[in-house]
Design a protein around this ligand. Sequence first.
Ligand SMILES: Cc1cc2nc3c(=O)[nH]c(=O)nc-3n(C[C@H](O)[C@H](O)[C@H](O)COP(=O)(O)OP(=O)(O)OC[C@H]3O[C@@H](n4cnc5c(N)ncnc54)[C@H](O)[C@@H]3O)c2cc1C
Length: 509
Amino acid sequence: MSEHTQVYDYVVIGGGTAGSVIASRLTENPDVTVAVVEGGPSDVGRDDVLTLRRWMGLLGGELDYDYPTTEQPRGNSHIRHSRARVLGGCSSHNTLIAFKPLPSDWAEWEAAGAEGWGAALMEAYYARLLNNVVPVDEKDRNAIARDFVDAAQKALGVPRIEGFNRAPFTEGAGFFDLAYHPEDNKRSSASVAYLHPVMDERPNLALLLETWAYKLELDGTRATGVHVRRKDGEEILVRARREVVLCAGAVDSPRLLLHSGIGPRADLEALGIPVVHDLPGVGENLLDHPESVIVWETEGPIPENSAMDSDAGLFVRRDPGQPGPDLMFHFYQIPFTDNPERLGYERPPYGVSMTPNIPKPRSRGRLYLTSADPAVKPALDFRYFTDEDDYDARTLVDGIRIAREIARTEPLAGWLRREVAPGPHVTGDEELSEYARRVAHTVYHPAGTCRMGDAADELAVVDPELRVRGLDGLRIADASVFPTMTAVNPMIGVLMVGERAVDLIGGGA
Ligand SMILES: Cc1cc2nc3c(=O)[nH]c(=O)nc-3n(C[C@H](O)[C@H](O)[C@H](O)COP(=O)(O)OP(=O)(O)OC[C@H]3O[C@@H](n4cnc5c(N)ncnc54)[C@H](O)[C@@H]3O)c2cc1C
């Protein structure tokens, strides 16, 4: 089929978390035309997507790109990285836990060269968000999760936090804020909040759904559009009069750059991809929040009410010298045994789990291509637990010990019949580390693969205005631009990147 051309002012590649924000804001100006190239279908009318509590049913299904990791000698090689293939992106299949990044996160970004991204300025972008961010509703607060919060507070002496986004914190236990509508458990995802209200009313907004972007079009050093393939095989060159904005996420943004010849020269040459622009940082600095899991059998069934089965959590700061928390826990009202089962552990009929994770992991991974064929998934080598001081693994060992302290404390203790995994006999540092790493999972937070940095930083992919270094007409706005990992779950940070990108582009009404 021959390729034809469509022209818009802006082409947004990826109608996901950040992309939905940008497309919505840019088209507030009726004189500006925007095309969104989105690989997945619409989420409108899809209860399987829009009902928050059904999130687990989406993992690994037809709306999941489902990226494997490379072998992880120090970790778990079986982790599958879910990435949503649907309008709203990962905000359409995640758990919508909503944390404004902490002031210490923004300070770290600034120190890494993201000039102008300090906490005071970023506050305005949080205020702009259209998502319905509310604390877990009273009716969704399960009795065992309430007792987890009480026990954590008592066992560790940390404060109870009601509204994690009200003020910066370093420690505390409580129910999360979620981007949802408690009355019907519907998502307040990026697409629901930003696109649904306007998508049928704005002739200047074109949603090209089930359309895959496989190569950027460049005229010299200027990005002028993108080559896409529609579901029926039709190929289109979607041109941008003003800018191309890449919002395909931490996996697919670097993937598209690499297939377009933008990346580390030697890697591209080795695969026979013509080098358009040597940019060594593309795919480097692959970050994540790794987690482990402790599972208990409960004395019997747990009440059913919940927003999405992991409604409460805990932050701890073990090292008072740190500006923010250095250990985080999600509490699951279900026995989360996917990884332990592979090691021979059983799934109890009724149970709960705590998943300690590393807010500021030190291991750094890398994303790279293994083929010049754009259909082949890239390799994701997170290099889990490879940091020099073994900080990451030690953090999870501390996490298991702290989780046990909480489990021994009333009012939680009375619910629990026995520890299923790793089991009370596993107590030594070495054994705990081995267990923690082999059952390690991801909190699904890949980031950093096109990181922002200053002009002197050769491994930076975008400058503080989100422009790709050395090229014109091309910005990136999604989780890939994170210079470092936020201590908290990243989605709100991604939405704020989207809002800020609109200002930097100079668009919007
Ligand atoms: C299961 C799960 C649970 C999570 N829970 C939470 C949570 O509770 N709280 C939190 O803060 N964070 C959570 N996260 C992380 C958070 O959702 C992500 O960090 C964030 O949504 C990423 O946004 P993004 O804009 O970078 O990418 P995405 O939202 O993934 O958007 C990328 C979009 O681009 C499209 N796309 C990609 N490549 C192409 C291409 N070549 N052509 C066309 N379209 C393309 C995709 O279809 C997708 O819609 C979770 C993630 C997952 C997977």
